[in-house]
Design a protein around this ligand. Structure first.
Ligand code: FAD
Length: 300
């Protein structure tokens, strides 16, 4: 990150909310479930499917976790009743992991039961490394009862290939991504190429063992290497899917679909859009630079 980029990122907390909202607009479907469903409908017209995420992390009150649970259940109802091609992505901290793991598990099981009733699928997002063990333990317990649940592993973490090996017998369904959280060097690769190589090794190990993979990246290098892998292993389109975030490199998304691959777009919606947006903007200083420009050129 250049000094300018670092400066931009450190100034983010001072940027007025309205400006963050303006620049973050392409990355968020909107405040409401209706907004989320409308965004997926638009993507469906482009040949994509969705995974819907109710924005919110690190809640502190039980009532908030129950409200998230209910909104997710409503989301599953509407996905089915309106014929939307989407599943849901959940974050355990939004469902109470840091308040009380048992509360979290109760909430997740309510969502899972509804997903079964609605013939849908639930992906558990992976959060920072303090939650990895608990997330994978809960995932294993859920798999004793449910098949319609998948998890996420991050290629920046040194442990991830071992995690895959320990999950292979479950015919695990994994979204592989680089990982968004800043982690210490003892547990995480810091070199960009190592993170990429580990990503490809993870995808390969899963595909070779007949595990469905969500290849979640906008890194063209990784998309190309995944294409090669898919060709080499002779896989049909049902064995994997590419996954991207709403608003990020839509041109790449269209190329992947045009090349005949399945593609799922992560569609965040909800009132907690501001926290999500500032996190995304901090990740990508080039975009944060646009926030600054918008701030200095805006007419107040
Ligand atoms: P990068 O090299 O970071 O990006 C490649 C290019 O894509 C960049 O040059 C830039 O042009 C563009 N780009 C990438 N990200 C952004 C952005 N946010 N805004 C604007 N442009 C961008 N991480 C987790 O830790 N846990 C999860 O559960 C998780 N789920 C994810 C689900 C999906 C569908 C996707 C696509 C990502 C998810 N991530 C998750 C985030 C992921 O770990 C990476 O942080 C993120 O995808 C950036 O890595 P990249 O592979 O796209 O490569």
């Amino acid at each position: 990150m250049s000094i300018f980029d670092q400066a931009v990122v450190s100034l983010m907390p001072l940027v007025p909310k309205a400006i963050v909202g303006h620049v973050a607009r392409p990355y968020i479907a909107g405040d409401t479930l209706d907004d989320g469903l409308a965004a997926v409908r638009t993507l469906m017209a482009e040949g994509c499917r969705g995974t819907m995420d109710v924005l919110g992390e690190e809640v502190t009150r039980t009532e908030e976790t129950v409200a998230f649970t209910e909104l997710y259940m409503q989301t599953l109802d509407r996905i089915q009743s309106e014929g939307i091609d989407a599943n849901i992505s959940i974050k355990l901290t939004a469902l109470g992991l840091n308040i009380d793991p048992e509360l979290c598990e109760r909430n997740v099981r309510r969502i899972m039961d509804r997903a079964v009733e609605r013939s849908s699928y639930v992906r558990i997002d992976m959060e920072d490394s303090s939650t990895t063990d608990e997330t994978l333990e809960l995932y294993r317990r859920l798999r004793e009862r449910y098949d319609n649940v998948g998890v996420v592993l991050q290629s920046m973490l040194r442990r991830s290939l071992d995690d895959i090996r320990s999950l292979l017998s479950l015919k695990v369904n994994v979204r592989v991504c680089k990982g968004i959280y800043v982690e210490p060097a003892e547990i995480a690769y810091k070199n960009k190429q190592q993170v990429r190589d580990n990503f490809v090794a993870m995808v390969e190990l899963l595909l070779q063992n007949d595990c469905h993979v969500g290849i979640a990246t906008h890194d063209r290098h990784l998309v190309e290497r995944s294409y090669e892998l898919i060709r080499r292993l002779g896989l049909g389109p049902e064995a994997y899917e590419f996954q991207v975030l709403l608003g990020v490199l839509p041109g790449l998304r269209r190329e992947i679909v045009a090349a005949g691959h399945r593609l799922r777009v992560y569609v965040p919606f909800g009132e907690a859009w501001y926290a999500y947006s500032t996190r995304r903007l901090k990740e990508n200083p080039a975009v944060a630079g646009h926030v600054m420009k918008a701030m200095f050129s805006s007419k107040k």
